[in-house]
Design a protein around this ligand. Structure first.
Ligand code: UP6
Length: 266
């Protein structure tokens, strides 16, 4: 899959969210997702409007906002239309199927009603995916499984990581891919056609870490060397300097690495 163009992968895919994401990536020439981890509505909207033209996906942590309200969701949805990007709520669900079903559909945030993509840990086993799917499939949403993490000492390694791939393969209608550090398909090959999207956080061009366990790699390492599809960048974009210039820099670095990957047929 990784040596094919995003547009080709869009035509071959069956999940509506995956198709939309690939189409946006090709149309806007970007594999950048910005993670806007700020705590006020005003800041989140300001960053989103500024980086909107350069991203395929906005990643949110909706529960860190001090002044969350449903007008914020209306405004984010309007910005997603205006700038043509998807919204990914990085909720990292981690409970039993019945509980995550309620957390996904209900509560203050009603994540499933506005977030095109969300994600889950596989710690509880496959029931977590079944529970989320009951809410997400009718709404045509997509789920990413956390196969690996970027942080130092992560326990998501080895067999655990491979189990994420096995669970995704059994739930392809809803599982569109992974949060991870590298493409996994080759580790347990299958004959049948499949195409998972790999979104990779822990991306920075200047910093190597944050003192709290985060570890950064460059867009080139992530896209070209590790075969991931989307770079997720947070503080590298809104942390210091000019947000728009930073977004353009990461967009170009990610896209150049993708073009090189296609050219090399990797
Ligand atoms: N994130 C990681 N590593 C993971 C999974 N998720 O950093 O393995 C998320 C964090 C944060 C973003 O929750 O929102 O990606 C990274 O932000 P940063 O670029 O500012 O470090």
């Amino acid at each position: 899959a990784q040596s094919k163009r995003y547009s080709e992968r869009a035509s071959a895919h069956t999940n509506p969210t995956a198709i939309r994401l690939f189409q946006i990536m090709e149309r806007k020439q970007t594999n950048l997702s910005v993670s806007a981890d700020v705590t006020t509505k005003a800041e989140l909207l300001r960053i989103t409007d500024a980086v909107g033209p350069y991203i395929c996906c906005l990643k949110t942590h909706i529960d860190i906002l001090s002044d969350f309200d449903h007008d914020l969701i209306d405004q984010l949805t309007a910005l997603a239309k205006k700038h043509d990007f998807l919204i990914f709520e990085d909720r990292k669900f981690a409970d039993i199927g019945n509980t995550v079903k309620l957390q996904y559909s209900s509560g203050v945030h009603k994540i499933a009603s506005w977030s095109h993509i969300t994600n889950a840990h596989i710690v509880p086993g496959e029931g977590i995916v079944k529970g989320l799917a009951e809410v997400g499939i009718p709404l045509q949403r997509g789920l990413l499984l956390l196969a690996e993490m970027s942080s130092a000492g992560s326990l998501a390694t080895g067999e655990y990581t491979l189990e994420a791939l096995r669970i995704a393969r059994r739930n392809k209608e809803f599982c569109i891919g992974f949060i991870g550090q590298r493409r996994l398909e080759g580790l347990i090959p299958v004959e049948e056609k499949e195409d998972f999207i790999y979104m990779s956080p822990g991306v920075g061009l200047t910093s190597k870490g944050d003192g709290l366990g985060q570890q950064y790699r460059t867009p080139r390492e992530v896209i070209l060397d590790s075969g991931c599809d989307v770079i997720i960048v947070g503080r590298g974009i809104y942390g210091s300097g000019d947000t728009v210039e930073n977004a353009k820099t990461y967009q170009k670095a990610g896209w150049d690495a993708y073009l090189e990957r296609i050219e090399k047929g990797r």
